[in-house]
Design a protein around this ligand. Sequence first.
Ligand code: NAD
Length: 366
Amino acid sequence: MVTEVVKASELHKIDPVFGQLSFDNHEQIVFCNDKDTGLKAIIGIHNTVLGPALGGTRMWKYTNEWEALNDVLRLSRGMTFKSAISGLNLGGGKAVIIGDAKVDKTPELITKFGEYINSLSGKYITAEDVGTTTPDMDLIRDVTPYVTGISEARGGSGNPSPVTAYGVYMGMKAAAKYQFGTDNLSGKKVLVQGTGNVGETLIKHLTAEGALVQMTDINEARLHEINAKYGAQIFTGDIYAADVDIYAPCALGATINDETVNKIQAKVIAGAANNQLAVEEIHGKILKDRGIAYAPDFLINAGGIINVYAEIVGYDSAEALRRTENIYNTTLEIFSFAEQNNITTHQAALSIAQKRIDDRKKENAK
Ligand code: NAD
């Protein structure tokens, strides 16, 4: 008999899965173990009301299994809302493989993982994420049809980043329309943090429109390359205190946090990075109170998944772009819904996504 009183903060250690802090009524969690290849993976299926759970496979050197489980629970939930708000008939899922992609990844391990995906008969569909590549997806395709992001040579949709960047650009224009009364970005000062795959294409669109773009990156060579291509200026100094109209986080998550949130001078935040708000409720609310228009990350960075969706339903890249362009309208709807209900834009986006899932659930039950 357990007589010890357990502190609330310790409960997640008692109930290893359903008691995890990030557990949010996930439908199914699959633990995959293969002694021969050393595969240890977890597939998280959060919700399949709108369709099969789609989300990438991350291979990461987690410090422990709790961390891996927490990551897959959190990421798979995020995918549910991203697809729902984007109007896609997809549910939310994600997978993590425990290990260092540079050291532990072998073709045998990836193939074995593909077999586990296949055993779920399409309830979960995978894609690339940190630590996995297009060639890995091609290997998985050898053993299961439930994979996207395979190479163009094998009928895949190719690199999603330009489409993601286009969606971010659309979301930024909508946020500018809401905040400044015009979506014309010509003459607007925009700071892009991170000039990788998405950041570069975003800068291309912005400079073409006449925005005054400044940029930061930890990779200095990259900054000089982008400067030479598009004329964007290299920013030095405190990014968060920068005197700009728009801040576009396109590098890492949680940049809007206790340290930065009150310094930000930009009137619009719109970027590609996932999980920009360190604590959604707290930092979203501070932005709202400070009158900063925040375009929810999971809405405006959905171009990539919209593109991948094309692989599943079989429509063409023009249709994927049209759907991505629609991020403009959805972002405006969210700003208006948030204002009417006096809630943050992040809460507004979550609530519209949840309503779509609830409505479909009712329809399915009829
Ligand atoms: P990327 O790896 O190609 O580029 C990231 C860039 O950020 C790199 O140039 C890197 O040097 C730079 N960087 C890293 N730390 C930095 C720091 N502290 N300050 C400034 N720059 C820094 O990644 P990407 O594909 O361009 O994606 C950018 C962000 O958007 C990521 O957070 C990613 O998760 C998110 N995202 C990407 C896609 C997509 O389709 N690629 C889709 C959805 C979300």
